[in-house]
Write a protein that binds this ligand. Structure first.
Ligand SMILES: Nc1ncnc2c1ncn2[C@@H]1O[C@H](COP(=O)(O)OP(=O)(O)OP(=O)(O)O)[C@@H](O)[C@H]1O
Ligand SMILES: [Mg+2]
Length: 267
């Protein structure tokens, strides 16, 4: 425990960037971190410094009978990673179908991962609703919803604040209680950005948990196979560090006993 999910009704808003950087920052503080990629784009491994040629993954192998530990990968950031795996479109649809019919295929192994009391699990998800995120939604300790400070995202603030995006019913209402918004790519010099930030503050109040500056160093770092938090002087890096601290504080999560990063991988 705990389980932190990054999600959004919108694509390209920074879910993977935020998930990867928060995972690396928590691992650097000595927490045991497991990152799980639920998105068939299989991009989390790129952010976390894994070789692109590795096409295997946990989600791609769902239903095959393989244990989740078989898909674990070490990353240079001390984060243990379960990549999604690269899959052709028919198989991706097959996995979605499997999860709608038998959500326990995913829920059971994640429950096993959560059995370690010191482990923090970070989920990255595909944009919009997905069978994988729906299956895990009731288990989330924090549901971090991400939007951009632009016009396209502004229209989705009400969906996020009302919980409409998370679905209907008691389980969705419970997930809403545990949900936060992070506004990414905020440019304080831009009137539009300021206006969207104002809307988000008005709609979400204290549930607006973080703001990350628009910073070209973020996309440049990715092209360079580094994390923004490794780039000296990056404006976004400060915001990402603050976000990682905020998430731990919201969880009331204690500092790790040993100040060294660990891995869930066993040699
Ligand atoms: N704060 C930022 N400043 C500048 N660029 C950013 C910032 N955050 C993310 N980006 C860039 O925005 C793009 C989209 O980011 P990312 O892939 O993390 O979004 P996503 O929500 O995971 O996308 P998808 O919905 O496709 O999974 C990337 O090129 C990333 O480098
Ligand atoms: Mg992504």
């Amino acid at each position: 425990m705990p389980l932190i999910g990054f999600t959004s009704p919108k694509g390209g808003v920074g879910k993977t960037t935020l998930a990867a950087n928060v995972a690396a920052l928590l691992a650097a503080r000595g927490h045991e971190v497991l990152a799980l990629d639920l998105d068939p784009q299989n991009a989390l491994q790129i952010h976390l410094g894994r070789p692109l040629r590795d096409e295997d993954g946990f989600m791609a192998g769902l239903g095959s009978g393989a244990g989740w530990r078989e898909s674990l990968r070490r990353t240079p950031y001390g984060v243990s990673l379960l990549p999604h795996g690269a899959e052709e479109p028919r198989r991706v649809l097959g996995i979605s179908h499997l999860l709608m019919e038998r959500p326990e295929t995913l829920v059971d192994p994640v429950r096993e991962m959560l059995a370690d009391p010191d482990r923090i699990i970070i989920l990255d998800s595909a944009p919009g609703p997905s069978p994988a995120m729906s299956a895990l939604l009731p288990m989330l300790d924090l549901c971090v919803m991400v939007l951009l400070a632009d016009g396209g995202s502004a229209s989705l603030i009400s969906q996020v604040s009302s919980g409409h995006f998370l679905g209907r019913g008691t389980l969705a209402a419970r997930a809403l209680e545990r949900s936060l918004l992070v506004l990414n790519q905020v440019d304080l010099g831009s009137p539009l950005s300021e206006a969207v930030l104002g809307c988000a503050q008005a709609a979400l109040g204290g549930r607006l948990a973080g703001v990350v500056a628009h910073d070209n160093a973020v996309s440049e770092a990715l092209a360079d196979r580094r994390l923004p938090v490794e780039v000296p002087g990056s404006r976004a890096a400060d915001d990402l560090a603050l976000l990682a601290e905020t998430l731990l504080a919201r969880l009331g999560w204690p500092a790790p006993k040993a100040a060294t990063s660990q891995s869930v991988l066993t040699d």
